[in-house]
Design a protein around this ligand. Structure first.
Ligand code: 6PG
Length: 273
């Protein structure tokens, strides 16, 4: 098997689609419709769909749409595999967990009637196991890497040494990060698909994380970057600005033809024309 490493992987090319909508509610609805369509198409095409979701506050509204009719009844959830782009090194029930919002809002077992993704297809990063063993997030990253590579034998495609997801949902941090790939992150040069990240000091929460390799963005069938609110306007102006350096502005890894940015008018207010 090809091992991804420094210089391996595809560079993101082309221009993204940018969709500007009225408000956060509309952005969530639009993103949910895109995800539902991508998952349904993938199941129709290859019998399974692989969705990478995100953390932060962005996904809750999206999950609500996906967990209720009409979208809930449109997606063949039993063939959907749910992965996480990143998570904090906390237990799944912790308020800081990136899995908790999905448990509470998206999944049938949490909300009493949401998306019926089988538990075996919900691929949370195994933080609890590492915590129980008294070891760090490196163990959880290594286990996730193994789980992803095993999925390669079960229908998850690999291109240019990276796993190919049908849809990768990302939020954007105020410092220009996405996933847990922060400015200056060494993850670009990592060989693994899942990488432990020390607790960031410049953004909250100050908790160690595990992130997917940013190289997954370039090979994804579809990337959805969602941001809303005027608090995101300044960083979006930099991300879409003239200085192109994804190592400084990691979210620029989603400035490519396979990506759609769904922004509300407040977040998009300072985008260059
Ligand atoms: C995390 C994330 C992170 C997040 C952005 C946007 O665990 O912190 O996954 O990359 O998506 O910081 O956060 P909001 O959705 O809260 O704006």
């Amino acid at each position: 098997m090809t091992r991804p490493g420094a210089g391996v992987g595809r560079a993101a090319t082309g221009e993204p689609e940018v969709v500007v909508v009225a408000d956060p509610a509309e952005a969530s609805r639009h993103a949910a419709e895109r995800i539902a369509a991508a998952l349904t198409a993938a199941v129709g095409r290859r019998g399974r769909a692989d969705w990478v979701t995100t953390g932060g506050s962005t996904p809750r509204g999206i999950y609500r749409h996906l967990a209720t009719p009409p979208l809930r009844d449109r997606v063949p959830w039993r063939q959907v595999h749910l992965w996480w782009g990143d998570d904090r090194f906390v237990a799944r029930g912790d308020p800081l967990s990136n899995v908790r919002p999905a448990d509470e809002t998206l999944l049938a077992h949490g909300s009493g009637g949401g998306a019926s993704i089988p538990a075996a297809n919900v691929h949370a990063i195994p933080m609890a196991e590492a915590m129980g063993a008294g070891v760090g997030p490196e163990r959880a990253a290594a286990r996730y890497d193994t789980e992803l590579r095993a999925a390669g034998d079960d229908g998850l495609d690999v291109v240019d040494g990276m796993p190919v997801f049908d849809v990768v949902l990302v939020g954007i941090g105020g410092d220009g990060h996405l996933l847990s790939v922060f400015p200056g992150s060494p993850t670009w040069d990592a060989e693994a698909w899942a990488i432990a990240v020390p607790s960031p000091t410049h953004v909250e929460p100050h908790v160690a994380r595990v992130t997917l390799h940013p190289g997954v963005l370039a090979v994804a069938r579809q990337v959805l970057a969602v941001a809303f609110g005027d608090g995101k306007a300044a960083v979006l102006a930099r991300i879409f600005g003239a200085e192109r350096d994804p190592r400084r502005w990691p979210a620029q890894a989603a400035l490519a033809a396979n990506a759609t940015w769904i922004l509300d008018v407040a977040a998009a207010a300072r985008l260059p024309r």
